[in-house]
Every structure is written in structure tokens, then in C-alpha cells.
Design a protein around this ligand. Structure first.
Ligand code: ATP
Length: 454
């Protein structure tokens, strides 16, 4: 319990820093907020993009077996009928009998210490009734029923059954629907993957834990097409690539865990699924998943759309629907893992400091440049020169001449700026060297401007 309390204090400290320093705000905050939505401020959007660009670089740009796509968010309703989402993309819902507030039944049961793996709705209802499990408000709960998490909308001026569409609940289907297009245009050898990043929407019954469970979020997904008999080796290879990516995010290996999902919890078509869990301040939770999906999705498209999803192996008569390995990452969960791994409280010269120890390649601000004193024009002019040079090279460089130098360092530590560059009188009058202070060690070195820019 005490441990949980500390963990939640840590979470609160991260959420408060994220707001105070311009990383993440509650969505529609000025109107009282909209539950499950979050807005990214100037530092948050850069951090998020750095994570997404790193993923794209590692999984797409640096490989010759991956093809990127960017599909529309609104898709033909048949996509979601064929994929099974219209019928089965549901969560178990219970209602507080007094307040009518709604909750995820499996979450309430888990919080009360019960295992819910593989339970039917009726079994969850029985578990609630037999053990008198109450709502968080202390009231009795209704029977458990299903709730479809897709947001429905209509496309075009006439709202009828035919115009129904959905905000996509995953990016994966936008990949599968483009399988034929990519094969026809590029004819890649197997195995190959199609990757996509973008928004996904789920009407979560109870969004919670900061951005961890949001109603609007981003995914980074790959459908990796393989010969049906060779799925296992690609699964292992992608699992290793996933760990390499998590290491590049700066996540400590001891906080990353593989959960081999047992057969009764896997989708019926999947022969293997691994959830990668992470020790978040809220506890150990799913960060991403990697699943072997057989030919389930492409076969469904072939059946419902009536178009062949066969792949012909070049130079042979062999023809089949490829099988698929799907690594599926959530951007917000990756970002929350990065924030919680970076958040550090330590002491410098007897003063408590908060420092975000982001890996330098993810830090939203790479350098901060300041003149030692802001009322000395010669220092300001030189510092401005260095600032312009660094900005041209790195983009994410900040100018800060407010307050004394100690306060500037503290401000930059809080947003995780790896290097602070200071121009002082020695720079101008003596050696031409600038002082560069390291965020983590707080040590300062004097180096030439050429070396700094180089
Ligand atoms: P959970 O069991 O936590 O609801 P899930 O198993 O339904 O997640 P998937 O459908 O496998 O999730 O989605 C793939 C990834 O998308 C997840 O591993 C997670 O990183 C991310 N994700 C899913 N739902 C959300 C959400 N509501 N908010 C933020 N990220 C999410």
C-alpha cells in the first residue's frame, strides 16, 4: 500500500510537470476538459514526434523489407464488419445502480483482487454478486454487459445505415486494405512488412492513468507478411527489434517484461501473442503487443470484398495468402514510459532538483544557449551568434537569458535539455571558448565554438 502511494505520488509529479512545463494538457481544458483526450504542448509534441520518428527510422527507413503507408482514418464500414470489430470490439461494462456511472467490469474485479482471464460476461456478473463487489462509490453494481468501443459517425449529407462509418479503432486495418496495392506496385519478396503510424479512437468506458488509457491516441503498427511455415523465425526477429527500439527509448531493461499470453486469452486464430509490459508508476501494464495473426485478416478481406489476397512466389507456381506477425505499439504508452524512466529527483549543492534524463536523441530541446548576463550587449551578441549556428544545425535549440544562471540550469533540467551553453567574458576577451554544462553530471567543460557546432 505504502509502495503504491509512493508510485502514485511519482505519477502525480510527472503529470504536474508535464502540464507546468508545456508537455501535455487535458484536452479542451479551458471548457472543463473532455475525458480521455489530451493536448500536446510545444515540448510534448516534439518529444512525441521524436519517438515516432525514431520508430519510423528503426522499423522503416533503415530496412529494405518495410513499406510505409498512411491510410484514411474514415474507412468503408465493410472494413470493420469483415474484421469482426462491429460484432466483437467490446469491453465488459457495469453500471453503478445508484449514480448510473459506468465502469469496466474486468478492471473493478481485478482491482478487487480477482482474476478475470477468460471469464464470460455471466461469470463476471456471478463473481460480482457472489462476492458483493461494489462500485468505487460503494454502491451495488448492475449485471455485466458488452459495450462496443468504436465511435460511430456518418459520412455525407444523408445519415442512414449505408452512410455509417467509424473512427478507426486501430491503424492495422488501413494496412491490410492496402496489401494488394503495395504488392501490385512493388512486388516485394516475402517476408516483408507494411508500417503505419496514426490516430486511433476507442470509446474507453473509463479512461484513466493520464495518457495510458485515452479515447484518442496514436499507434505505430506493422503487419509483417510471411510464408505460413516460416512465421516463428520472423516473430523472434521482430521481438528482438522491439527490444532494440525500447532500449533506444532509454527504458531500463529491468522494467520491461515479456508476458506470453496463454492460449485461452489469445484470439482464436492466434498461435502466439506476447504482451510487452512495463513497470509504469501506476504498476506493471501493457506497453505494446506482438501477435501472430495467421491469415485471419487477409482471408476476411478476400471473403467479404471478393478480391484475391493471394501472393504468388516469384519463379514458382506457389500461391497462398501470407500469414502475418503484428507488432503494435501505442505512442502514448511509449511516451509515458519515456517520461517515467526519465523523471529523476536528486540533489545538487544541497538543493533538490527535478531532472528529466531523456536520451539526448529524444530530448525536446537539445541545447539551451544563454549569455552569462543579459544586460551586456557584447555577451548577448556573441550568444545570439552561437544560438543561430546551433539552431541552424539542430533546430530544437532554446534561448534563455532570464534570471541567474543557476535558475536557468534548473529550468532546463526540468525539461531534460542535455546541454546548456553559456557565453561569458572569457569567451569574448580571452580564449573564445564557451562553457557547456552536462545535464546529468552537472559538470562544465570549456570548448571552442567550432567543436560545439561540429
Ligand atoms: P488494453 O488491454 O490495455 O486495453 P489492448 O490489448 O486492447 O490494450 P491493442 O488492441 O493490442 O490494445 O492495441 C495495441 C496498442 O495500442 C496497445 O499495446 C497500447 O500500446 C495501445 N493502446 C490501446 N488502447 C489504448 C488506449 N485506450 N490509450 C492509449 N493507448 C492504447
Amino acid at each position: 500500500m505504502a509502495n503504491q502511494q509512493i508510485k502514485n505520488e511519482r505519477m502525480e509529479a510527472i503529470v504536474s510537470l508535464a502540464k507546468r512545463r508545456g508537455f501535455i494538457y487535458q484536452g479542451s481544458d479551458v471548457y472543463g476538459g473532455l475525458s480521455g483526450t489530451w493536448d500536446y504542448g510545444p515540448l510534448g509534441v516534439t518529444l512525441k514526434r521524436n519517438i515516432m520518428q525514431l520508430w519510423w527510422k528503426m522499423f522503416v527507413d533503415s530496412r529494405d523489407d518495410m513499406y510505409g503507408v498512411d491510410a484514411a482514418i474514415l474507412m468503408n464500414q465493410k472494413v470493420w464488419q469483415a474484421s469482426g470489430h462491429v460484432d466483437t470490439f467490446t469491453d465488459p461494462l457495469v453500471e453503478d445502480m445508484e449514480t448510473k456511472q459506468r465502469f469496466r467490469a474486468d478492471h473493478l474485479l481485478k482491482d478487487a483482487g480477482y482474476s478475470v482471464d477468460g471469464l464470460t460476461l455471466a461469470e463476471m456478473t456471478k463473481l460480482i454478486q457472489d462476492n458483493d463487489v461494489k462500485s468505487p462509490n460503494g454502491n451495488a453494481l448492475s449485471d455485466v454487459r458488452t459495450f462496443n468501443m468504436m465511435f460511430t459517425t456518418t459520412v455525407g449529407p444523408v445519415a442512414d445505415d449505408k452512410s455509417i462509418s467509424y473512427l478507426r479503432p486501430e491503424t492495422a486495418q488501413g494496412i491490410f486494405t492496402n496489401f494488394r496495392n503495395v504488392v501490385d506496385a512493388f512486388y516485394p519478396d516475402l517476408p516483408f512488412g507494411i508500417a503505419q503510424q496514426g490516430k486511433a479512437f476507442r470509446n474507453e468506458i473509463s479512461p484513466r492513468d493520464f495518457v495510458f488509457r485515452s479515447r484518442e491516441f496514436e499507434q505505430m503498427e506493422i503487419e509483417y507478411f510471411v510464408h505460413p511455415e516460416k512465421w516463428a523465425e520472423s516473430f523472434e526477429a521482430l521481438l528482438k527489434d522491439t527490444h532494440d527500439f525500447l532500449t533506444a527509448l532509454g527504458l531500463p531493461a529491468e522494467n520491461v517484461h515479456e508476458l506470453e499470453v496463454p492460449e485461452n486469452d489469445r484470439a482464436h486464430y492466434s498461435k502466439r501473442t506476447i504482451d510487452i509490459e512495463f513497470d509504469f508508476p501506476i504498476g506493471r501494464e501493457e506497453l505494446m503487443g506482438i501477435a501472430y495473426r495467421t491469415d485471419f485478416d487477409l482471408s476476411n478481406i478476400q471473403r467479404v470484398a471478393g478480391k484475391s489476397m493471394d501472393y504468388s512466389v516469384k519463379g514458382t507456381n506457389e500461391k497462398f495468402i501470407p500469414h502475418v506477425i503484428e507488432p503494435s505499439f501505442g505512442v502514448e504508452r511509449a511516451l509515458m514510459a519515456v517520461l517515467s524512466s526519465a523523471y529523476t529527483e536528486d540533489e545538487v549543492n544541497g538543493d533538490k532538483r527535478i531532472v528529466m534524463k531523456f536520451p539526448a536523441h529524444l530530448a525536446p530541446v537539445k541545447y539551451c544557449v544563454s549569455p552569462l548576463l543579459k544586460n551586456k550587449p557584447e555577451l548577448v551578441a556573441k550568444a545570439r551568434e552561437v544560438y543561430e549556428l546551433l539552431k541552424k544545425k539542430h533546430g530544437n535549440v532554446m534561448w534563455d537569458d532570464n534570471g541567474n544562471i543557476g535558475k536557468r540550469y534548473r529550468r532546463q533540467d526540468e525539461i531534460g535539455t542535455p546541454y546548456c551553453v553559456v557565453i561569458d567574458f572569457d569567451t569574448i576577451e580571452n580564449d573564445g571558448l564557451v562553457s557547456v554544462r552536462d545535464r546529468d553530471t552537472t559538470e562544465q567543460k570549456r570548448i571552442s565554438i567550432e567543436e560545439l557546432i561540429g
